[in-house]
Design a protein around this ligand. Structure first.
Ligand SMILES: [Zn+2]
Length: 322
């Protein structure tokens, strides 16, 4: 169909579809999680790699490329030179092997195709399991492949989350303060901050009384816990989308909460306070509130983005649950 013959009503319809719908997982989403899981389980059957290891590698790579399609099942991209071997562009397994490439045929069509999800999962699983099958071997394999500590840690933790909740469709979310308490917030993204020079406000402040429970918004792993000059008592949780969630100015932490602990949406991690802007224990220099920040990592660098639209969405989701 040419541009000129494209019917106007279809054009309007596609415009409407561009707007976010704020619904939770729809039928297509469910479908793609099932498709992915089927391929992870198939790869496990072929190579004995636990499905949650290969799922975590795929999940990690899905977050680092900008051109991933919504309906793309597998996102791992193995660099062509590594896949084919230097100077080779044949998908023949023997030719690849001869030139030191790692590309393998996973779906039995006699071609090792780097654009075929099954071939890619099979190849990556064989690469990883060539180091062994323990969690430690997995870590070494990942380090040799990605050569970045945060990447290795994120994939390892994502695998732990997938294993613990026995699934990959972990789309539930929660609001970061208990919604049955009084609280208020507005969009404060980018406001100027006086203390500590010309800092820009990287987050949303949710005002609430001392002791209001603070909830994890996502599935993830506690990456950091302790004191920071500006943040006071604060917690950092990295989710399975490689997003770091930062909770600051807490009056205290939930008993027993540890770095490395797996959390889910709604888990209490601490309570609202007014700590920070001084040495450890400093409190009361401003009204009690939760500072909530979100940071995205793309495998190279990390940057903050505005949590406000997400907070509005998760607030609605949480109200609908109760
Ligand atoms: Zn703040």
């Amino acid at each position: 169909m040419t541009y000129k013959s494209f019917p106007l009503f279809l054009f309007s319809f596609s415009l409407i579809c561009l707007f976010p719908t704020f619904t939770s997982a729809n039928d297509n989403d469910e479908n793609i999680y099932d498709k992915r899981m089927a391929l992870y389980k198939k790869t496990e059957a072929l190579t004995e790699i636990p499905w949650y290891f290969i799922a975590a590698v795929d999940q990690y790579e899905r977050q680092i490329y900008k051109d991933i399609e919504d309906d793309q099942v597998i996102s791992i991209r193995i660099p062509p030179e590594l896949w084919f071997g230097p100077g080779n562009d044949s998908m023949d397994e023997n030719a690849i092997k001869l030139l030191g490439g790692i590309g393998k045929d996973g779906n039995g069509d006699k071609k090792a195709d780097p654009d075929n999800g099954e071939d890619v999962l099979f190849t990556m699983a064989l690469y990883i399991t060539s180091y062994g099958y323990s969690a430690e071997d997995f870590k070494i394999a990942l380090w040799n492949y990605y050569k970045r500590d945060l990447t290795v840690q994120t994939i390892k933790n994502t695998a732990r989350v997938f294993k613990k909740f026995n699934g990959i469709n972990l789309t539930d979310r929660d609001f970061p303060v208990a919604i049955n308490y009084n609280y208020s917030y507005r969009n404060t993204w980018g406001d100027r901050r006086g203390f500590g020079g010309n800092r820009i406000h990287e987050g949303t402040d949710i005002f609430a009384g001392y002791g209001t429970p603070v909830h994890s918004t996502t599935y993830g792993v506690v990456e950091l816990k302790g004191w920071n000059l500006y943040g006071g008592w604060r917690i950092g949780i990295r989710d399975i989308y490689n997003i770091y969630h930062y909770y600051a100015h807490l009056s205290g932490f939930q008993d027993g909460l540890k770095v490395g602990q797996i959390v889910k949406p709604g888990d209490v991690i601490g309570s609202v306070g007014s700590t920070g802007y001084g040495p450890p224990g400093t409190s009361g220099k401003f009204p009690p509130h939760l500072h909530y920040g979100m940071y995205k990592d793309n495998g190279y660098s990390e940057w903050s983005f505005d949590p406000y639209p997400y907070l509005r969405k998760w607030e609605r989701m949480t109200k609908n649950k109760d």
